[in-house]
Design a protein around this ligand. Structure first.
Ligand SMILES: *[C@@H]1O[C@H](CO)[C@@H](O)[C@H](O)[C@H]1NC(C)=O
Ligand SMILES: *[C@@H]1O[C@H](CO)[C@@H](O)[C@H](O)[C@H]1NC(C)=O
Ligand SMILES: *[C@@H]1O[C@H](CO)[C@@H](O)[C@H](O)[C@H]1NC(C)=O
Ligand SMILES: *[C@@H]1O[C@H](CO)[C@@H](O)[C@H](O)[C@H]1NC(C)=O
Length: 493
């Protein structure tokens, strides 16, 4: 081997630096904080520096040499309700809202979910072909979405293009086919799950419907990255769009109809199974991934959070099928009673879920409605359960009073931002160990080799800890205090 003069000079320089600066004692740490007790909201703090190691009763150890899954991204959902509210904002607030989510100064979202047809957060029931018996979908049209949904997505794309070449990875999900494809013929499940399925003669038509949806969006210059087979296939409400699949019927629908159709028409599209709570994820993964004829069409597994943490189910799923990414596709909180003084715990719940999910192999997180009105609506779930939007509304990171043209950011806007804003796509999760405290943490190595460490303190008192970084056996440490009810993001190279 021969070395050029410049390489030799460079090696000499590296050796010189190593001798003059033993370890990495001058490493600067930039950090951002959100805390209940002060006005910090994703606010940059005065930078700190690592020094040598010391003893401490409470430590978070970060080891970038132990790596896990690669990050896909973070985002929210372009529901009909969110898109309607967006259309009601004036141009200043529309630009502000798009910046808050999709710009370099905002949360840097690069993922989204898009309902295929109406869902619980739509103003009314709609679909793209309501002509009974139109088996080859000659009347298919996404005209409905051109009014509010597509302009909102286009705004997000334009906002992203100002600062990144990253794609917006859109996951599209159906809540129900048009009623005429189902038994009984309703977009809802009027008689519970046991009788709410696709008609056999329209299984091919329903697979074609997915393909036509993706093509129609493509002709609007919006690329769909993936689809889930069915939103919440185990839940069959009678007052909004739903359809039932078991693990076996979803497997067979993918194997015989959806997989072949989409592979032929859209070979780059990703198919995700399940799209429901963490409680039964292992069973669904086992049933579908164990059948290679179905599994060949599938990318990974989508999960929701409504049955609680259940992080170990994600680890089990990963251990059984390590090549199948897991993506969180929906989570929300109940309606915020006072948007001007939101519950702090909701922010902590979101960060707790994302930290726990990502420490158990989840590659990304997509929140539910990107925005809602101050009553947590509007939606069309029906008067029996909901009394309009008042009782059955949900919370959203950004609640909007469009009569007064005001956006109210909720606490979880900041908490999710502490992760989404600093963890770009293609970052890799790295190892962390918490000792001597109940602090919650997750860490990543970004593509440009920045270490990002998120630390949350859910206690009512401050916690002082040692942040310890280990590389090649050499240690650097710094003492930090996590304020009561706070989250912080540390970044260093
Ligand atoms: C939009 O509404 C906000 C809040 O009322 C106001 O400050 C702003 O000037 C409005 N922008 C336009 C273009 O009307
Ligand atoms: C679809 O057709 C059914 C049956 O004719 C009708 O009851 C329903 O209102 C239609 N839905 C829409 C969204 O037009
Ligand atoms: C996006 O890609 C183009 C073409 O490869 C490149 O010139 C540009 O610098 C990239 N922009 C960003 C923000 O990375
Ligand atoms: C996940 O499972 C592996 C293998 O059983 C185990 O070693 C690891 O501790 C588990 N991780 C978590 C976070 O529980």
């Amino acid at each position: 081997m021969t070395l050029s003069a410049s390489v030799v000079a460079e090696l000499f320089f590296v050796l010189l630096v190593a001798v003059v600066c033993p370890g990495s004692s001058a490493t600067t740490i930039q950090w951002y904080r959100t805390a209940r007790g002060n006005s910090d909201r994703l606010s940059q703090q005065t930078s700190i520096t690592f020094g040598g190691d010391f003893t401490s009763s409470s430590t978070i150890t970060v080891n970038r040499q132990v790596t896990y899954q690669t990050v896909l991204g973070f985002g929210g959902a372009f529901t009909d309700s969110a898109s309607y509210i967006f259309s009601k904002l004036n141009s200043t607030l529309q630009a502000q809202l798009l910046d808050m989510y999709f710009s370099e100064s905002g949360l840097k979202y690069n993922m989204a979910r898009l309902p295929i047809g109406s869902c619980d957060f739509s103003l009314e029931n709609y679909n793209y072909d309501n002509t009974s018996g139109d088996a080859d979908l000659s009347k298919f049209s996404i005209n409905h979405d051109k009014e509010n949904i597509i302009p909102f997505i286009k705004g997000a794309l334009t906002t992203m293009q100002k600062w990144t070449n990253d794609s917006l990875n859109i996951v599209a999900s159906p809540w129900s086919p048009p009623g005429w494809m189902k038994v009984p013929e309703s977009p809802y499940c009027p008689q519970s799950c046991s009788n709410c399925e696709l008609k056999d003669e329209y299984k091919h038509t329903w697979a074609l419907y997915f393909s036509k949806f993706v093509s129609a969006y493509k002709s609007e210059e919006i690329n769909i990255w993936g689809v889930t087979v069915q939103n919440e296939p185990e839940y069959c409400p009678s007052n909004y769009e739903s359809m039932h699949f078991t693990p076996e019927t979803e497997r067979d629908f993918i194997k015989t109809y959806l997989g072949p159709q989409l592979k032929e028409d859209h070979p780059d599209l990703n198919i995700l199974i399940y799209d429901h709570n963490k409680d039964h994820v292992v069973e669904w993964a086992k049933t579908i991934y164990s059948d290679s004829d179905a599994a060949q069409y599938v990318w990974g597994t989508a999960i929701h959070w409504y049955t609680g943490d259940q992080f170990s189910n994600l680890n089990t799923t990963h251990n059984l099928f390590p090549d199948r990414p897991i993506l969180a596709t929906e989570s929300t909180e109940n309606r915020e009673t006072n948007p001007k003084s939101p519950e702090w715990g909701k922010g902590e719940h979101y960060a707790h879920d994302i930290i726990g999910d990502m420490n158990n192999w989840v590659v990304g997180f997509i929140d539910w409605n990107l925005l809602l009105d101050v009553l947590g609506g509007p939606n069309h779930k029906g008067p029996d359960e909901c009394e309009g939007a008042v009782k059955c509304g949900f919370d959203s990171m950004l609640l909007v009073d469009y009569n007064s043209q005001i956006i109210y950011p909720q606490v979880f806007y900041y908490y999710v931002g502490h992760i989404s804003k600093f963890v770009p796509r293609e970052s890799v999760r790295i190892d962390t160990v918490v000792a001597g405290s109940t602090l919650e943490t997750v860490a990543f190595l970004t593509p440009d080799k920045t270490v990002v460490v998120v630390v949350m303190n859910r206690q009512d008192h401050p916690v002082t800890f040692k942040l310890l970084d280990i590389v090649d056996g050499s240690k650097q440490a710094v003492r930090v205090t996590a304020l009561a009810r706070s989250i912080q993001t540390f970044m260093y190279r």
